[in-house]
Ligand binder design. Sequence first.
Ligand code: LLP
Length: 419
Amino acid sequence: MDHFAYQNGALHAEDVALATIAEQVGTPCYVYSSATLRRHAQVFAAGLAAVPAKHIAFAVKSNPNLAVLRLLASEGYGADVVSAGEMDRALAAGIPGADIVFSGVGKTADELTRALKAGVGQFNLESEEEGVELAQIAAGLGMTAQAALRVNPDVDAKTHAKISTGMAENKFGVAYDRAAGIYARLSVLPGLTMRGLAVHIGSQLSQLKPLEDAFTKMGALMRAIRANGQTITHMDLGGGVGVPYKDGENFPTPADYGAMVARVTADWGVTLMFEPGRVIAGNSGVLITRVVRVKEGVTHPFVIVDAAMNDLARPALYGAWHDFWAVTPNGERFTANIVGPICESSDTFAMGREIDVVKAGDLAVFRTAGAYGATMANTYNSRALVPEVMVEGDKWAIVAQRIDPATILAAEQVPDWLK
Ligand code: LLP
């Protein structure tokens, strides 16, 4: 459920006409609905009502916009970060260090140091080596880091290979069979308090079964570690709950997910940690684009839009589907290819898709673009970095300015020997 809907034939975000935003900000441009973000944050938390002790950390990578983080902070969300840059955003949004979980497979010594000084609440260790390094740095600072060990449960998430993380050959976490030994060795290090385990098997999961399998394995490991005499007070179950991108796709609801989690973890006696990203932000955003022109094709016409793979990378990277709606549809439909202006064939949003009839100058949106949209944008082909807008009722504001190619050019220089 989201708050992008037609009013009198024109697509609105809440009570703001998308055409108004497009006129004033230009296109392409991301638009986020506050009401949708809030609703998703609340529905996800409500789904976990049966879990007695929990901490929900929004996966900042899915949408790191400062205003988005601020809104989620006001809903009581913490942050799951994977770089010092994301940590700084979470802190700037008013999320206390204690509510930040620092994940990521390659945290540098500098990042670990900065995170300790910022009072980060939990470090999710991806290796024994990282744990040893964190312990040394923390001890050197006279501090004790709270840490969880990320375990690779070797479970197939049954999602796109590029966003699957929990199989033995993936780079994430430590091998399941080695985890208890590593946990025991890290537990005795000064500077470190090992408090639990973490797992995240992948993103855009369409079924609960792989998650349940992974959590069940983590429960068994937790018991084995406790039987060895070590302490576990926290279990981090990661993110991964998928969202429908197409009409008619059936996904588990947050309530289904929460019921499964409550059942599997009923006797764990821990604080459960969660790191949802897409399920909170995905449906909360659209990318507005303007049709540059419609060109004749051999099989279908090409709708050339002013958004490209640098603005929304998911179709090019994962073959992902994003619904395409005209902002003021005239009721007619046609079958077309939707492409961006970038000079490679992967800059294709859809082939042979039935869509609203559009012509040069018309506005349209790519839907479900609130997660892994703007955050993955770049400036390929010397295009601008796409701006972002947030809507709240009948109010709206630019929450990230467009960064023009001229600004990017200004950061470059020709060395003396070429002058
Ligand atoms: N926790 C960890 C450790 C993660 O690596 C991720 C996502 C999440 C939480 C949040 O997962 P979510 O709830 O959003 O599924 N760019 C890809 C998705 C990459 C996901 C990376 N990790 C896409 O556009 O589909």
